[in-house]
Design a protein around this ligand. Structure first.
Ligand code: FMN
Length: 230
């Protein structure tokens, strides 16, 4: 039997991403039984130009964009994926601009036809040849937990990805500090357990999601450590 496909869009521009530590732990659980082919695209390495707003894509029945760049390959990987994971650091309360370019450029997956959901949300209808896929968002950030840091991102993700789980993790630079392992390793373990759950259910329970959005150390302690390092 063909393996299912997981596509990770890694939006960190860094060679060693804090957020990808969490995503890697999640993949370990998701693929514990080797059911998936996993492809990771480091978006920063790709040539993805900004959307030109021509709407040629939405007036075509094909998944088509007139811009000839790496987005063609990315679009075909997205269409082939059963699971799509957006993994990125929070930049100015949103996704990094090179990844936002990818998000803008998935417009060819939609028709111009508008659909109104029962909750009032309006979106474009997906093209017929775009199959159902499970989506997950994992975003790390440098601030400690504070109300509001992820609000803008959550609203954008809800509108773009519907009910897909959006996991927002504060203090993620700790994931790459060896001395922080006693605080970071339990979070890694939670991500691995969440990967198992996602494989089994195709989503994450609110309890599981909440347990991942975990500040590893109290905010005051985190701020003191950051400030003492200049
Ligand atoms: C340009 C820029 C903007 C950032 N904006 C935010 C922000 O709005 N909120 C926040 O908590 N952290 C912010 N950060 C910190 C990163 O989210 C943090 O360092 C994260 O751990 C980096 O993850 P990565 O290693 O996966 O790239 C920003 C960092 C950069 C470079």
């Amino acid at each position: 039997m063909d393996k299912k496909k997981v596509l990770v869009l890694n939006g960190s521009p860094k060679p060693v991403s804090d957020t990808m530590q969490l995503t890697g732990a999640f993949l370990k659980g998701l693929n514990a039984e080797d059911k998936y082919d996993v492809k990771i695209i480091n978006v920063i390495e790709k040539n993805v130009q900004p959307c030109r707003g021509c709407f040629a894509c939405m007036h075509s029945n094909e998944v088509f964009c007139p811009i000839e760049d790496d987005m063609r390959e990315i679009l075909s990987d997205i269409m082939a994926a059963d699971v799509l994971i957006w993994s990125f650091p929070l930049y100015c309360y949103a996704m990094p601009s090179h990844l936002k370019a990818v998000l803008d450029r998935i417009l060819p997956l939609n028709h111009m036809t508008m659909v109104k959901e029962s909750d009032g949300r309006v979106h474009h209808a997906e093209k017929a040849d775009v199959k159902e896929k499970k989506i997950l968002v994992i975003s790390g950030c440098g601030f400690p937990n504070w109300e509001g840091n992820f609000d803008g991102l959550r609203i954008m993700c809800r509108n773009c990805f519907g009910d897909a789980p959006v996991i927002c993790v504060p203090e993620t630079p700790m994931m790459n500090v060896p001395a922080a392992a006693p605080a970071a390793d339990p979070l890694r373990a939670r991500f691995t357990a969440a990967g198992v759950e996602f494989d089994q259910t195709g989503t994450l329970s609110p309890q599981t999601s909440g347990g991942l959005e975990w500040h590893m150390i109290p905010a005051e302690q985190y701020i003191a450590i950051v400030n003492s390092n200049g």
